[in-house]
Design a protein around this ligand. Structure first.
Ligand SMILES: [Fe+2]
Ligand SMILES: [Fe+2]
Length: 192
């Protein structure tokens, strides 16, 4: 993804491929949280028609991804289990400025970044020969879908804020995201 300032450490892919069930469980929870987030944004900013329309679509797609991954886990004899949390997303959420309208802008841009990083990691998983071919096919499809969500969040930011303000803030947040990613411990999780 063009906006990402640092690539994922190659060590993460080795850990992920060697612990694919753990990655699948964490990934399913990520899809659940992406759906919850779309519903949250829709509820919080329901005066914006374009946002409402787009978030209904994102909600449907993330819910479908969640259902797909829970099904894939079940097929392999695994349940969803408890959500172990996502420190990457928490660190990004902490960068959202508290007062409106900056809060709205930052929320859209942080979501765009999470989608972009997810897309990058699905690309790595889809291309990894140590991962079963059927799963790689799923990761390939998800890569395209999450890229679409990334574009949606950036488009919405530019719909409601001046382009130069969006570009400036996004550049700052991309730098912060790169620092967070460089410090990740390479755990078997989507953003580990
Ligand atoms: Fe998704
Ligand atoms: Fe997404």
């Amino acid at each position: 993804m063009l906006c990402l300032q640092t690539p994922t450490n190659t060590a993460w892919l080795d850990v992920a491929a060697g612990n694919i069930i753990a990655v699948m469980k964490d990934h399913a929870h990520c899809e659940k949280k992406a759906a919850m987030n779309a519903l949250y944004l829709l509820a919080q900013y329901s005066e914006h028609d374009a946002l409402v329309r787009e978030m209904i679509t994102v909600l449907e797609e993330e819910t479908a991804h969640f259902k797909l991954m829970v099904g894939e886990l079940a097929q392999r004899g695994h349940s969803l289990g408890r959500d172990k949390g996502n420190s990457y997303a928490k660190q990004l959420a902490a960068l959202i400025r508290p007062n409106e309208p900056k809060r709205f802008l930052d929320a859209l841009l942080v979501d765009a970044l999470i989608e972009a990083r997810s897309c990058e990691r699905f690309t790595l998983l889809a291309g990894c020969e140590a991962i079963p071919a059927d799963l790689r096919g799923i990761y390939h499809a998800l890569m395209t879908s999450e890229e679409g969500h990334y574009l949606t969040f950036v488009r919405l930011a530019k719909e409601y804020f001046p382009e130069h303000e969006v570009d400036m803030r996004f550049h700052e947040l991309c730098g912060e995201e790169a620092s967070i990613v460089r410090a990740l411990p390479n755990k078997p999780a989507m953003h580990g």
